[in-house]
Design a binder for this molecule. Structure first.
Ligand code: GLN
Length: 259
């Protein structure tokens, strides 16, 4: 049995659990490799403390508001256990929207003084890339990793994008324990992969005046993976499309086999 947690301090927790359950049901109906291993059983739990986190084989950090999430995590003494989970134990972790911000090693457009992050993805994110709540939108995404033509409905709500992939993480300003940083350096060999992009909005009318992000050919980076760490700018859990949850659960199973 594989225990998958959803960090339940704030944000879209129930939505993820409900889509995870649908994805697990789908996986058990159509096992990818029916000849060999049986489809694993999944157990989905909400994570509010270190004891619950330690039961998890994998974790989702939902959307919401990353400053709030970081403050609550810090008050509960969960920041270091989360950093350990992602960067030392290398357990599969997926962050959506605010969760992607939490998993970045740097975030721009944060309030003065910055905010605590978990890290795990050697990227710099730009928060609220598309503007405020009323500039939320739904856009069709082509996600090659889904290996299907059918576009994915990307729900973008005060969404961040990856504006920079940090190729020399040692030089980044990281607010993390020296010890964790060292462990991370030793064990980290994977590079950041761009798994999804979305056309950049026109400069006018988007409410954003910041410089353009790091995507190629006028595209914003909205999905990345580095080893076991996955992040999306948008909210698959606010759709009824289970494809990314199914894909991620398969990744979790693969990742655990390798570990
Ligand atoms: N803008 C939010 C943040 O920076 C994220 C919004 C979301 O998760 N929908 O935390």
């Amino acid at each position: 049995q594989i225990t998958v947690g959803v960090l339940a301090l704030q944000g879209g927790v129930i939505e993820h659990i409900s889509l995870l359950q649908k994805a697990a049901a789908q996986l058990s109906q159509s096992p990818a490799d029916s000849s060999t291993a049986p489809t694993p059983q999944f157990n989905f739990i909400q994570v509010r403390n270190a004891a619950q986190l330690s039961q998890c084989d994998a974790l989702i950090i939902p959307g919401g508001e990353s400053t709030t999430m970081a403050i609550v995590a810090q008050r509960l003494g969960l920041l270091d256990p989360l950093r350990e989970f992602v960067k030392v134990q290398h357990k599969p972790t997926w962050g959506t929207c605010a969760g992607l911000v939490m998993l970045a090693s740097e975030a721009s457009a944060t309030k003065q003084g910055g905010q605590e992050l978990i890290g795990g993805l050697d990227v710099k994110v730009l928060r609220n890339r598309y503007g405020t709540q009323i500039q939320s939108f739904v856009g069709d995404l082509k996600l090659p990793f889904l290996e299907e033509e059918k576009p994915f409905r990307g729900v973008f709500i005060r969404a961040p994008v990856v504006e920079e992939i940090i190729t020399n993480p040692g030089s980044a300003t990281q607010k993390e324990d020296d010890e964790i940083a060292k462990l991370k350096e030793k064990s980290r060999t994977e590079k950041v992969e761009v798994l999804g992009t979305y056309p950049k909005p026109q400069a006018q009318g988007t409410g954003t005046t910041t410089q353009d992000g790091g995507g190629e050919g006028g595209e914003d980076i909205v999905a990345v993976r580095q080893g076991n760490v996955f992040g999306t700018s948008f909210h698959p859990e606010l759709t009824d499309d289970v494809r990314i949850h199914v894909w991620w659960l398969k990744q979790v199973v693969e990742g655990l086999k390798k570990a």
